[in-house]
Design a binder for this molecule. Structure first.
Ligand SMILES: Nc1ncnc2c1ncn2[C@@H]1O[C@H](COP(=O)(O)OP(=O)(O)OP(=O)(O)O)[C@@H](O)[C@H]1O
Length: 281
């Protein structure tokens, strides 16, 4: 079971640093590249001259001349960070680290940066790239820049209407409803159909409303929810299903946590139906 640790050249791990951390980042860079330093001064001493900053020392030994340190930084981040954070990091590198060849950096890590959008099967390839660029642009804007300052990398970027929606809204609008769920309406019993008609009538008349559906276990409440979700979603509208317990959530197709939904309700524009299932199991 246990095997003796193999001896590698690595003697330890150094905590990661963000390039915006300034001297801390360059200190780490030097530690990664200079063997056996005995002091901070030793790290800052290059060819017998002690420089006042770690950045200067890193520059003198050529660590900043190529993009290798940025490639290392991104590669390391790829191994433990989510695409969302990678895009933030990439934008930060563009603004603060002046990569010599930013296009290369983009090409190398583009795939890792769009992985989260790729998982959403309903988003087309072109839209994936738009959504990624849109997010990078948002990060750049927060730093006082914008994506069109980096034409060498991205070309001329303009965003289409769908990309201007939040990722979650795009995702919700494009949920594929199963054939089975579409046909549930025809199977509703009289009471279910009655509730179904009243709720949908309210939704389609664009009025707000709150309905409370209750009944003993196994009487078809979830069946009704599924029929409602299918009806709304096939019209290209948003229907949110959420539950306060994981057990209840697991029975609803494409369900969200309450936190998710409250964020949604605050940020999205037109939500046709929100179903909150509260079951105690
Ligand atoms: N109109 C219907 N036609 C055919 N089957 C139905 C109908 N309504 C409900 N069912 C079936 O009855 C069973 C119980 O329904 P459902 O899970 O919707 O009940 P529930 O009220 O949500 O139960 P619980 O509160 O215990 O979760 C399911 O197998 C469901 O497919």
């Amino acid at each position: 079971m246990w095997s003796r640790r193999k001896r590698h050249l690595t003697i330890g791990r150094i905590v990661t640093c963000h390039p915006t951390e300034g001297e801390r980042y360059y200190l780490r860079l030097l530690l990664m590249n200079i063997r056996g330093p005995k002091s901070y001064e030793a790290l800052r001493t290059i060819d017998g001259k002690c420089y006042s900053t770690f950045r200067e020392a890193a520059e003198k030994i050529g660590l900043l001349h190529s993009d290798n340190n940025l490639i290392d930084c991104m590669s390391e981040a790829v191994s433990y960070q989510m695409p969302y954070s990678l895009r933030r990091l990439f934008a930060t590198l563009l603004v603060y680290c002046n990569p010599a060849n930013p296009k290369d950096l983009w090409t190398k890590f583009e795939d890792s940066m769009l992985e989260d959008f790729k998982r959403i099967s309903t988003i087309s390839k072109t839209n994936i790239q738009q959504l990624v660029l849109k997010h990078i642009n948002e990060v750049l804007l927060s730093m006082g820049h914008n994506i069109n300052e980096f034409k060498d990398i991205f070309g001329n970027v303009s965003f289409c209407k769908t990309t201007n929606e939040a990722k979650e809204i795009y995702f919700e609008r494009n949920i594929i409803v199963s054939e089975e769920d579409i046909h549930l309406e025809s199977k509703l019993n009289v009471e279910q159909k009655n509730a179904y008609d009243i709720i949908l009538e309210r939704v389609y008349s664009n009025k707000s409303g709150a309905f409370f559906i209750d009944g003993p276990g196994g009487t078809g409440k979830t069946f009704l929810y599924r029929a409602l979700l299918a009806a709304i979603r096939t019209k290209g509208c948003i229907a949110l299903a959420t539950a306060s317990s994981q057990a209840a959530a697991s029975i609803l197709l494409r369900r969200l946590s309450i936190i998710h939904v409250s964020k949604f309700l605050l940020t999205s524009m037109k939500i046709s139906l929100a179903i909150l299932v509260n079951k105690v199991h």
